[in-house]
Design a protein around this ligand. Structure first.
Ligand code: ZN
Length: 133
């Protein structure tokens, strides 16, 4: 890294510039534009955790963060539930009243499980996002 005062190259973790003796704070490390990019990365990761979830795809935030095995776990857990929910909803008009109530009950039950997994993967994405810059 470089000294903000004189531009001299300063060894990592040094407290003072060896050239002008100015104090080097941790806040000097990294540029503003770099932090802006990282901030956009965090927002994009959270959007990817939310928007594709409406279409049955969980774990996209983890994929974006490079945590592929966790993302795959959420995807494999969520997608079959989503398909089942869509299937039960599609059956409503074709069933008897009793069977429609049963399909509706299954829709609600699976919907609650899907929403719970959605919240867990959202919290997990947020946790990955809150790592220090
Ligand atoms: Zn200096």
């Amino acid at each position: 890294m470089r000294c903000k005062n004189c531009g001299n190259e300063v060894p990592e973790n040094s407290l003072n510039c060896p050239n002008c003796y100015r104090e080097i704070s941790n806040r000097d490390i990294g540029t503003v534009s770099n932090k802006t990019v990282r901030h956009a990365d965090r927002i994009l990761a959270l959007l990817l955790a939310m928007v594709p979830a409406a279409f049955g795809f969980l774990g996209m935030g983890q994929f974006y963060q490079g945590r592929h095995s966790r993302g795959l776990g959420f995807l494999v857990a969520g997608l079959p539930l989503y398909v089942c929910i869509a299937f039960f909803i599609s059956m409503y008009g074709t069933l008897t009243v009793g069977a429609t109530f049963l399909a509706f009950g299954l829709t609600v039950a699976l919907g609650i499980v899907y929403f719970a997994i959605f919240l867990i993967q959202l919290a997990d994405t947020l946790a990955g996002t809150l790592m220090p810059l």
